[in-house]
Design a protein around this ligand. Structure first.
Ligand SMILES: [Mg+2]
Length: 288
């Protein structure tokens, strides 16, 4: 990328789960809690829970959104407390000082934008040591409150969440009036990245490369940002140590999307996945 092609990014929106950290055991535990809630508290046949969970997640954005749209009465606070509140966070999450240094070195305001509840987000950021890196967190509660105020929450749209466009509009409003064309969007979900890309945000899929979904770039980890998006440092080199540690030689996560997809697969590069494969993966780890 040349200087003239550098996006004029002035703010960053960033997902939380599986983006700022990656812990499959934790996400599996969350999925288990969701299935348990559906069987125990909503009296859904245990034999159909797994399939229904994946179906609702894929069709409504989150399992919770799908349940409510399907007519189930769900107390949001109780749902979040049982799905996230019982997690042994200290077992799964630990400080990431390298990511903290990296984020702090980017001279742009940063916001977390998550479908999860505020308590979960605060707990995760605290254990990761990243709370102070962000201007704020836009969580389930904030999006829903604003959606209700704007008249978006109604019978046909009971839960406003990613990947729906309305949730992005609200998040950008709550972050102080961000403009799509000057906002960097980071998320591990191909669906969420697809929406962001279509809205005009500079959208970077985090966690996988070679995924056939609309995006501007794809990286394996947030730690790869200095190699993939050096222009974030506004023409300056990332602070000493960050770039070298984050981008080992030959790391293909820094490649633009077209190059990443077109490159022959080696043992090191993740296999090319279709959007259908990607959605299936996401459904397994449906976070909310
Ligand atoms: Mg995520």
């Amino acid at each position: 990328m040349t200087i003239t092609q550098r996006p004029q990014v002035t703010a960053i929106l960033c997902d939380l789960d599986d983006c700022l950290y990656q812990n499959h055991e934790m996400q599996y535990n969350v999925a288990e809690n969701i299935r348990h809630y559906m069987a125990e508290h909503l009296s859904i046949d245990v034999d159909t829970v797994a399939e229904l969970c994946a179906d609702l997640y894929l069709n409504y954005g989150t399992t919770l959104a799908g349940l409510v749209a399907s007519g189930y009465k769900v107390d949001y606070e109780d749902w979040h407390a049982r799905v996230h509140g019982s997690l042994p966070y200290e077992t799964y999450l630990h400080p990431d000082p390298a990511l903290r240094s990296l984020l702090d070195s980017i001279p742009l305001p940063k916001w977390v934008f998550t479908n999860a509840d505020a308590k979960h987000a605060a707990r995760c950021l605290d254990l990761l040591g990243l709370s102070s890196c962000f201007q704020g967190v836009i969580s389930f509660e904030e999006v829903m409150a604003e959606a209700a105020q704007q008249g978006m929450v109604h019978h046909g749209c009971p839960v406003v969440c990613k990947p729906n466009r309305q949730a992005f509009d609200i998040a950008m409003q709550l972050a102080g009036g961000l403009q799509p064309g000057t906002t960097l969007w980071l998320d591990d979900s191909a669906r969420n990245i697809t929406t962001g890309h279509r809205l005009g945000l500079y959208s970077v899929l985090v966690g996988r490369t070679g995924v056939a979904c609309p995006s501007d770039q794809q990286i394996r980890s947030m730690h790869d940002l200095p190699a993939a998006l050096p222009w974030l440092w506004q023409g300056q080199q990332p602070p000493c140590g960050i770039a070298a540690a984050a981008a080992p030689e030959g790391d293909e996560s820094a490649l633009p999307l077209k190059a990443a997809i077109g490159k022959p697969s080696s043992g090191k590069v993740h296999a090319k996945a279709s959007c259908t494969d990607d959605e299936t993966i996401e459904a397994v780890y449906a976070a909310t």
